[in-house]
Design a protein. Structure first.
Length: 409
């Protein structure tokens, strides 16, 4: 009698109906828990006060307009036209004051569109260097008497970023086809969860660990099933990732408590502490650890589940051989991903490491300072969760994927 076996996305049949039912039951229970957690932790609709650095003169949000540079020249500092709305040539500064850079900017949007303004820069460190034709953003302020003034806000990056995003999407879809398109939809959903749920809940002062775990689990359900389809293969990967995520949450909490990390060595965290007093900085740091581990865990668990199901489709393979073979692949994946993880964090800390390199401080002092210790702890937590996710996911997938010989029996 001719024999054939399936190579569908669902992979080989499971080890009896019970194993599949247990996995589906666990994932259903986890999904219900995520929905209940989201309902209990859902942020309030109350508005938060705008932090002082981001307020305009009236206490509202800073308003920005588009503009482009018409000219740039050296001139005496103190021009009365600096920041003003101009319909004629700007006035020059008088006297023997220091030299500044005067940049004439055309206002391209807002109530003063078509007029110009003059930006004055001292030319010191941190000052922008603007060339003719540069597109920029300028902040618009209106004082108590109704006078409008403008100041440099940032470079205009809308079109370059949009072009990069478009190229990214086209390449992903061209290579991965429909699966790539579904992955892009998953990315949109992930950012939606962060913006709609995670950030407002943290702003309201909700406990960081439950919020981060619920948001991360919701993201995982969306991105894994969207990108890889609904099957036993992806269910094994999802269950392994959820278990590893809980492990990463516990490890993150332990690492922060053990090393006494406060998060106050980072400027953004200090601003949060100053202007959003109900937000726990340690909790914010903890949530960052948990969210940061999602991508690498998802990558490893999906690869391991796929490896197991592919090996299970080979003739003469036993369940033990499948597990051992997949673990060999997993070890290579761990080795490459761990140093990728560490180097990524080291790259983000390069400016800090550069300053330490000229500070004549011992290596021990540098490594144990909070700014570097945060990156070390983040790398360690991610690496441990990553390493343990491999045997965990491989074991789950090996239970679900039945070798051809077992199917014949």
């Amino acid at each position: 009698m001719a024999h054939s076996h399936s190579h569908s996305l669902d992979g080989p049949s499971p080890l009896g109906p019970l194993a599949a039912k247990i996995v589906v039951g666990l994932l259903t229970a986890c999904g219900v828990a995520v929905l209940i957690g989201a309902a209990l932790l859902w942020p309030t609709a109350q508005r938060a006060d705008i932090p002082l650095p981001f307020q305009n003169a009236a206490g509202g949000a800073v308003t920005t307009e588009s503009g482009h540079v018409l000219s740039s020249s050296a001139a005496v500092c103190g021009s009365p036209s600096a920041g003003a709305v101009l319909t004629a040539d700007p006035d020059r500064g008088q006297g023997e004051a220091a030299a500044c850079v005067h940049v004439l900017v055309a206002i391209d949007s807002g109530p003063n569109q078509g007029a110009n303004t003059l930006l004055e820069f001292s030319g010191g460190p941190g000052q922008p260097v603007l060339a003719v034709g540069d597109d920029i953003r300028i902040s618009r302020q209106v004082d108590d008497v109704g006078a409008t003034s403008y100041a440099f806000y940032d470079y205009e990056r809308t079109w370059p970023l949009a072009a990069l995003a478009a190229v990214f999407a086209v390449v992903i879809v061209a290579v991965a086809r429909w699966r790539g398109l579904r992955a892009l939809v998953g990315i949109v959903i992930a950012f939606g969860v962060l913006v709609v749920f995670l950030l407002p809940a943290l702003r309201d002062g909700a406990p960081a660990v439950p919020v981060a775990v619920v948001a991360s689990a919701a993201i995982l359900y969306a991105v894994i099933y969207l990108a890889h389809g609904v099957s036993l293969r992806t269910s094994a990967a999802l269950l392994g990732t959820l278990a590893s995520l809980l492990l990463a949450a516990v490890l993150s909490w332990g690492a922060i408590e053990l090393t006494h990390l406060t998060g106050l060595s980072e400027d953004q965290n200090n601003e949060v502490a100053a202007y959003l007093g109900n937000v726990s900085i340690t909790g914010l740091l903890l949530a960052g650890f948990i969210i940061g581990s999602l991508g690498v865990l998802n990558d490893v668990t999906v690869t391991q589940a796929s490896t197991v199901f592919e090996l299970a489709g080979i003739e003469q393979s036993s369940r033990r051989n499948i597990f051992v073979g997949a673990m060999r692949v997993g070890r290579d994946h761990i080795a490459s991903t761990v140093y990728t993880l560490v180097l990524a964090y080291a790259g983000s800390a390069l400016p800090l490491l550069l300053l330490f390199s000229v500070a004549n401080r011992s290596l021990g002092d540098v490594l144990t300072s909070e700014s570097v210790a945060i990156e070390i702890a983040r790398s360690a937590v991610g690496g441990i969760a990553l390493a343990l996710s491999v045997p965990l996911t491989t074991g789950i997938a090996a239970v679900l994927a039945t070798p051809p010989g077992a199917r014949r029996a």
